[in-house]
Design a protein around this ligand. Structure first.
Ligand code: GUN
Length: 274
């Protein structure tokens, strides 16, 4: 972006006052400020109608100063998240949740946007020199935000991919028998400390995507954050493991910034060719 005075712009839409969502949105805003990105936060009331929310999305789609749009989920139950995501311009869908971007990931089309958390997990593996080619990777969890895109990224051809991927989930039989064979385990189940030493083989690499609040009377906030992995007992047997907090979370935000930059670059190149 050195050739112009373009400033990548990210809009984050928060509906309601869910404490975890408010905290995530705050981190995203802080990171934008630190990097000098243009940042817009829309905070809408929990009883906001779908029509009003879709009106804001349409305005952001049309706003030339905005290159990335993220609607924080979960939304209050009266709002249809799928309908909201479908209304986002795929060229500004920095979450990678729109059907066009899901398809581009499956097609290995590099112009698409990949969801930030799996992209951050892949980047962690790459930066740590952990080979995925030929590795047995077990992804625990099948969500649209983490599990499914993670599996697609790791089985794609090329650097950071080429893995033999197995996806397990809450209905899988004998989880430990499957995960304990893996060279790399990606834990994205959303259940506090549910993976123990019986799930992880000696020398495995573990990426813990879980961010769970558990009650903690000793903390001034009354809770603390733990992952999906029982870190204290699992860490000693691992070649590498990510902590919670401070592991995958900051990578998710870094990838959001990176996707916003990519959206800005792509939008302006397309316009230059018009
Ligand atoms: N809620 C938790 N993680 C995410 C995310 O990556 N994107 C959005 N939009 N909402 C989330």
């Amino acid at each position: 972006m050195a050739q112009s005075n373009l400033k990548p712009g990210l809009a984050v839409v928060l509906v309601g006052d869910d404490p975890a969502s408010t905290a995530y949105v705050g981190s995203k805003e802080r990171q934008c400020r630190e990097l000098g990105l243009h940042s817009v936060k829309l905070h809408l009331p929990a009883n906001c109608s779908e029509e009003v929310l879709l009106g804001h999305v349409a305005a952001l789609n049309a706003d030339p100063a905005i290159h990335g749009i993220l609607v924080q989920c979960p939304l209050p139950p009266h709002l249809n998240y799928a309908a909201v995501v479908a209304a986002i311009n795929p060229a500004k869908d920095v979450d990678g949740f729109h059907a066009v971007n899901v398809a581009k990931l499956a097609l290995e089309d590099p112009t698409g946007f990949v969801p930030c958390t799996p992209l951050g997990c892949q980047r962690l593996l790459l930066e740590s020199g952990i080979e995925t080619a030929g590795a047995e990777v077990v992804v625990v969890g099948r969500s649209m935000i983490v599990g499914k895109p993670m599996a697609m990224l790791l089985m794609a051809k090329g650097r950071g991919g080429d893995a033999s991927v197995t996806v397990v989930h809450s209905r899988s039989r004998d989880l430990a028998a499957i995960t304990s064979r893996a060279d790399i385990v990606i834990a994205a189940l959303g259940r506090p400390r549910c993976l123990g030493p019986q799930h992880i083989r000696e020398g495995a690499v573990v990426i813990d995507v879980g961010i769970n609040r558990v009650p903690d009377a000793a903390s001034p906030r009354g809770y603390r954050l733990v992952g999906d992995v029982d870190f204290e007992v699992v860490a000693p047997r691992c070649r590498a493991i990510t902590p919670v907090p401070g592991g995958v979370g900051p990578m998710t935000i870094a990838m959001l910034m990176s996707n916003t930059l990519k959206a800005c670059a792509q939008i302006h190149q397309w316009r230059a060719q018009d």
